[in-house]
Structures are given as structure tokens and as C-alpha cells.
Write a new protein. Structure first.
Ligand SMILES: [Zn+2]
Ligand SMILES: [Zn+2]
Ligand SMILES: [Zn+2]
Length: 128
């Protein structure tokens, strides 16, 4: 379908304060007043806020990454040496002595892409 652009000077700015049309303003950090259509809200919460670390606020995206993150970064019994790195996959019981070993395992045995953002366990998902 072709659109006609003639005489269409209707470039009013999107109102960010429009509340009528089924939208939600997300006030959770780090969003701080991001406006979302209501149908995207649930998925937004799941993606950006459900699996956020309560200790440091990082977004771990999935429950399993959050669990690994808590275990490796915030478990007082794990500080110093003796940290065991569990596999990213819930169903896999492998443990590793280093994060690097775990990455090779994930690539080899679970077909993770080599450019997967493995540091997500330590750093969380960069928010943009
Ligand atoms: Zn949000
Ligand atoms: Zn954390
Ligand atoms: Zn594994």
C-alpha cells in the first residue's frame, strides 16, 4: 500500500504523558519513566526486571543466570578460592575451576555461540 505524504505536516511530538491509550510507564530502575505499550509491558518486566540481582542491581535476564550470579558473586562462602563454576545449563551438573573452562564446555557441549555474552554472569546484561 502506498502512502501519500503530500500536505502532511502533522509532526506533532509523541506525547510522553499520554496515559489514555493503554500504556504503562515503567518506573523501575534503570528505566526511570520509560513509556511502554501495555502489551509489551509484561515482556519488558520479564526481560529487564524479573531477574535483576537484589544485591547489585544487575540484570541477569534469566533465572538460571541470576542463580549463578548470586552463587558466584554474592555468596560469602565462595569468596577467595574454591569457587566452583556451574554450567550455564540447568540440566547439566558439570562444575569447572574457571569461568574460561566453563565457556569452552558451553561452546563444545551445548553449542553456545563463541560470541555469546558469557560475562553476563558477572556483569549482567548491559542496559541500552
Ligand atoms: Zn523497565
Ligand atoms: Zn549481583
Ligand atoms: Zn554443561
Amino acid at each position: 500500500m502506498k502512502r501519500s505524504f503530500e500536505a502532511s505536516h502533522d509532526d506533532r511530538p509523541e506525547s510522553s504523558f499520554k496515559t489514555a491509550e493503554l500504556g504503562v510507564t515503567c518506573r523501575e530502575p534503570p528505566c526511570m519513566n520509560v513509556y511502554l505499550p501495555i502489551e509489551l509491558y509484561q515482556c519488558h518486566i520479564e526481560q529487564y526486571h524479573d531477574n535483576r540481582c537484589v544485591e547489585c542491581g544487575k540484570n541477569l535476564v534469566t533465572e538460571s543466570f541470576l542463580r549463578l550470579h548470586l552463587e558466584e558473586m554474592h555468596n560469602p562462602f565462595n569468596s577467595g578460592n574454591g569457587v566452583r563454576y556451574s554450567c550455564f545449563e540447568d540440566q547439566c551438573d558439570e562444575k569447572f575451576c574457571s569461568h574460561q573452562e566453563r565457556i569452552s564446555h558451553a561452546v563444545k557441549c551445548h553449542q553456545y555461540p563463541e560470541n555469546f555474552h558469557f560475562d553476563i554472569v558477572q556483569n549482567g546484561q548491559p542496559f541500552n
